[in-house]
Design a binder for this molecule. Structure first.
Ligand code: K7E
Ligand code: CUA
Length: 763
């Protein structure tokens, strides 16, 4: 390092940049920068609230829907730095998602009628909860276009499961979890017949088309949804929208709103007024109130009907058993949000200036007293709006979604038409503050804001249009996530973040400290099932097995070679390559691909992944590691030889290099010198309390693992030297040096880490 600084200094002097010039740069003051860049005090304050200096981390981690990309976007708050894209419904090449066999199986879970669907319209991510609080274990997200739900394990941020809704043709209101993640709620959007592939004309809309709500059973231990233990409720064709689960006093109940309870069927092409006119004609739609705990009991008692092999409680049963009620809600609403204490429900009608706050207590009282204002056309009891309302507050134009603060009674509602966030008090029903956003806000989100313990501090406005906020990139413009400081009485806009991957309808954020993702797998793990991978091998056990026309390779990856380095098959063979990454060090991922066979795997430390293809073309296909993993990364390569049928090897041998005794001696000297460096690093590491740093322990383990591989090589190169085989002598000595370089690399990294993290001398 010292040497590098000296070199750098002499380079600078050579380039004519003397000390005076350097002093000039460093003299630029904060005021100078503000002037030069045209920044105000306000800008500076905002910058200091969002800037996270190098080496520091964000307080919250956000998981955003990736909209039409079918992925999830992970970013930090307040820095708004993107941390990851998680492949969910769509292949994601970097992670090998959709290009290795393990992830293909996950995606195959999302096939509909035997067909791959390789995109998704993701809308609402939701965290798993324990006692109504986000617990950081799992994330769920829905696909509106092709009614599906996915499970992401937050131990490794990988998608583990996709399930297809058995009775819906589209869905929007997912994923919402019950307070202990007993169920994940998914509600239909556009009504259709519940039976699969059943045709009914639109004239039979009221009789044969149906809405529904599905309660997916989640098995936390296995980390999987259990379709056979899940069930649905048949609902009227009212275009059900978003849901929320009750909590605290309202636990056991769930609430779902709707927007086209007119049951209007459009047909512009036939001269009929369009859907938008017919679906907004009435002043109210219906909030659905469902007792899911009782519904689950009824299903267990066998009161459900099987539709497409799935348990469905029919409306008739739900009405008879008293578990389904409706309440009028104004007007074309978009979502229902239960307050953190579970006592109130907030509904905002897009075409009304009000938010309506309903009281769970009043709803229960009406149900208990049998006090209904009537029935809907399907016989569902309707509770009078007046009997259920707590208060109504006029907020502005186009109110959509609501989130909650850590401060009691404080809520934030998005105003789509006004392009504003309204801060208001839902207990007393008054507006507290308004802030303009850019532009046309859809959802908004506060930290853990839909749990029982919101954390306050920040709010993200998810704006549909960005218009003039960013450098132009053509007609398709990014969306704009705006960060708002909500710690004071007045909201303050502090950051604009372009989202370039799709329309993220919703995002959820969690305290970073609650997430405890692993940095490595147990060696030989299939990350998609979390079980030992049958294709895993340890160092020295690599092999290729051929049975008929099936070739299976059991390979390992470690800096900087792939074992084996040649794979020989015959044209037409079906090839499976299992790859185990033997590394233990953090972030030492290797990638793997074979030229033109459209396979790719990302093999993180400890993981085993496999790729499979038919070697249907004669020829020579290089394979290589796709992650720049080490100085000799480019050399992490090999050849797949696809030979013609019946091909016989000739007598020609591999060409030899031109090595002399002097080359060999120089290499041996290099090995001795490098060992001295390693010894000094080891002396330092063992002189301090390195065992108190788990990350360092892993690095040291890996370093010694690399060094251990030199065993026996000294005897080997000396043996060849004795026979004056300078090529083999030199190259085996060189291989020792390669292992030493990796050892030194890890050792130096460990040393730097210890120095920067205050390691203490031990006696
Ligand atoms: Cu766009 Cu929740 Cu799907 Cu509102 S949703 S904006
Ligand atoms: Cu391994 Cu590059």
């Amino acid at each position: 390092m010292k040497q590098f600084n000296k070199q750098a200094a002499s380079l600078l002097i050579a380039a004519g940049m003397g000390l005076a010039a350097t002093a000039g740069w460093s003299a630029e003051s904060l005021q100078d920068v503000m002037k030069r860049r045209g920044l105000s005090q306000q800008d500076l304050l905002a910058a200091s609230k969002t800037y996270v200096p190098t080496g520091k981390r964000d307080d919250f981690v956000a998981f955003s829907s990736g909209g039409q990309s079918g992925q999830v976007i992970v970013y930090g708050i307040p820095s708004m730095r993107i941390l990851k894209y998680i492949g969910v419904f769509t292949p994601e090449p970097w992670q090998g998602y959709g290009f290795d066999e393990e992830s293909k199986k996950v995606l195959a879970g999302g096939r509909i009628d035997g067909k791959d669907i390789t995109w998704g319209d993701t809308h609402h991510p939701g965290f798993s909860e324990t006692n109504g609080e986000a617990d950081g274990q799992f994330l769920f997200i829905n696909d509106k276009a092709n009614p599906r739900l996915a499970v992401i394990d937050l131990r490794d941020f990988e998608t583990k499961q996709i399930v297809v809704n058995p009775i819906m043709k589209s869905e929007h209101g997912g994923a919402f979890v019950t307070p202990n993640t007993e169920y994940i709620i998914e509600a239909v959007q556009y009504a259709a017949p519940l039976e699969n592939k059943k045709f009914y004309p639109l004239e039979e809309f009221n009789e044969k088309y149906r809405g529904a709500i599905t309660y997916w059973k989640f098995d936390r231990k296995e980390g999987l949804i259990k379709p056979e233990q899940s069930f649905s409720l048949e609902l009227p064709p009212y275009s059900q929208d978003l849901s929320d689960a009750g909590k605290g006093p309202s636990d056991g109940w769930s609430f779902t709103n709707s927007f086209c309870s007119e049951r209007y069927v459009g047909g512009i092409e036939k001269g009929r007024p369009p859907y938008e006119a017919g679906c907004s004609a009435k002043d109210t739609d219906y909030l659905h109130v469902i007792n899911w705990k009782k519904a689950a009991e009824l299903v267990a008692q066998g009161k459900a009907k099987k539709i497409n092999g799935h348990n469905v409680l029919m409306m008739e049963t739900a009405i008879k058993e008293g578990i389904l009620f409706l309440i009028p809600e104004p007007k074309s609403p978009h979502g229902v949000d239960v307050t953190p204490d579970g006592k109130l429900l907030v509904v905002a009608g897009k075409l009304d200036t009000h938010v309506s706050v309903y009281s769970f207590e009043k709803i229960m009282a009406a149900i208990k007293a049998g006090k209904f204002e009537g029935k809907d056309p399907y016989g569902i009891p309707v509770i009078g709006m007046k009997d259920a309302l707590h208060t109504q507050v006029s907020l502005g134009l186009g109110p959509l979604h609501t989130q909650f603060d850590s401060k009691p009674c404080v809520a934030y509602t998005s105003l789509y038409v006004d392009s504003q966030v309204a801060k208001w008090n839902y207990c007393e029903g008054k507006v507290l503050d308004k802030l303009s956003v850019h532009y046309n806000i859809g959802h908004l989100m506060t930290m853990e804001g839909d749990t029982m313990k919101p954390k306050g501090r920040y709010l993200v406005a998810l704006n549909k249009l960005s218009i003039d906020r960013f450098n132009p990139v053509g007609p398709l413009q990014p969306q704009n996530h705006q960060l708002i400081d909500i710690s004071d009485d007045k909201m303050q806009l502090i950051y604009d973040m372009p989202i370039p991957l799709g329309e993220p309808h919703y995002v959820v954020a969690i305290e970073a400290a609650k997430l405890k993702p692993a940095v490595r797998y147990k060696v030989g793990t299939n990350s998609r099932t979390d079980k030992p991978h049958p294709g895993a091998v340890r160092a020295g056990e690599e092999k290729t097995i051929k049975k008929g026309n099936k070739v299976e390779v059991f390979a390992t990856l470690i800096r900087s070679h792939i074992t084996p380095e040649t794979i020989e098959v015959e044209v037409g063979d079906e090839v499976t390559i299992n790859l185990t990454n033997l590394e233990r060090a953090q972030d030492e991922t290797h990638g793997f691909t074979v030229s033109t066979y459209n396979v790719h795997a990302s093999v993180e430390p400890g993981k085993t992944a496999s790729v499979k293809f038919k070697a249907d073309k004669e020829g020579v296909y290089p394979y290589y590691c796709t992650e720049f993993c080490s100085a000799l990364h480019l050399e992490m390569q090999g050849y797949l030889l696809v030979k013609p049928k019946g091909w016989k090897a000739g007598t020609k041998t591999l060409a030899k290099g031109n090595y002399t005794e002097a080359d060999y001696k120089a290499t041996v000297k290099k090995v001795v010198d490098t060992q001295a460096i390693i010894d000094s690093v080891v002396a330092y590491i063992t002189s301090v309390n390195y065992k108190d740093f788990p990350d360092v322990v892993a690095m040291v383990e890996d370093a010694f693992d690399q060094l251990g591989k030199t065993k026996g090589l000294k005897e080997k190169h000396e043996g060849f030297a004795a026979k004056k085989d300078w090529e083999n002598a030199n190259l085996w000595a060189e291989q020792i040096w390669q292992y030493q370089v990796k050892t030194a690399d890890l050792g130096l990294r460990a040393k730097t880490y210890l120095e920067q993290n205050g390691a203490k001398k031990v006696k």
